[in-house]
Design a protein around this ligand. Structure first.
Ligand SMILES: C[S@@+](CC[C@H](N)C(=O)[O-])C[C@H]1O[C@@H](n2cnc3c(N)ncnc32)[C@H](O)[C@@H]1O
Length: 215
């Protein structure tokens, strides 16, 4: 008896096609859901950053982190990761004695995750994760910089680094090299590769004119 009632309730829907309007609604809802995930989970805080400068989160591999640290070996002082993601490179730098070790990251979820990761190993007081736009941070006093960003923004970043960094600074780029700078050292292979650039050497071979586009 109950089965018959259930069948009667379901049967009006059975065999009905979704139709054009239905498809449009499904497409609209899917699009809205995808946009919400993008805007509120993956890229919150990026609304004021021009589209061409938006770089999504992708964590460095364990080997990539190790190569970045190899290229910073023997150095000390302030270390900054531009676009610090879940904070893994800054955490490793703090463990290697860099102080202050600072990450700039626009995504607030990643900033929280970074502190949580540091807290788990009792390093939360020795790292600093700041929710700031890396393009607006002044780097004049920074001796050690690491970055793992999309190739599309690296040319503009060269200009910023060239004009702001002190002569003794070293920049380490993970996965993608800086497009025109000559590297001092390269370690690793494929996606784990990292490049080191000594700003003094870069300034010796490049004229400021090559970097006169304003950021
Ligand atoms: C490819 S991930 C690298 C994460 C981390 N450095 C690592 O190596 O694991 C790039 C990170 O940069 C952040 N990012 C992109 N543009 C930024 C900006 N303008 N200011 C601050 N962070 C930014 C993204 O949110 C993302 O987490």
């Amino acid at each position: 008896m109950e089965d018959n009632n259930a069948q009667e309730e379901v049967s009006p829907l059975a065999g009905q096609s979704v139709g054009g309007w239905g498809l449009l609604q499904i497409a609209g809802c899917t699009g809205l859901a995808a946009y919400s995930v993008w805007a509120f989970i993956l890229m919150p805080g990026f609304r004021r950053v021009p589209l061409k400068l938006q770089v999504p989160y992708m964590p460095a591999s364990t080997k990539q982190v190790a190569h970045v640290m190899t290229l910073l070996k023997g150095r000390s002082g302030k270390m900054v990761d531009l676009g610090s993601g879940d904070g893994r490179i800054v955490l490793e730098a703090a463990k290697s004695g860099f102080s202050p070790a600072i990450g700039y990251e626009l995504n607030p979820w990643l900033v929280r995750l970074s502190y949580f990761n540091a807290w788990r190993v009792s390093y939360h007081r020795r790292v600093s994760y700041r929710r700031e736009d890396l393009w607006k941070v002044k780097l004049n006093d920074c001796q050690n910089i690491s970055l793992f960003l999309a190739p599309s923004v690296l040319s503009l970043l060269e200009t910023k680094l060239f004009s702001e960094l002190p002569d003794g600074a070293r920049v380490v780029a993970g996965r993608f090299p800086l497009p025109t700078w000559p590297p001092s050292t390269v370690v690793g292979e494929g996606v784990d590769r990292a490049w080191a650039y000594d700003i003094k050497a870069v300034r010796q071979v490049q004229s400021p004119k090559q970097h006169d586009t304003p950021v």
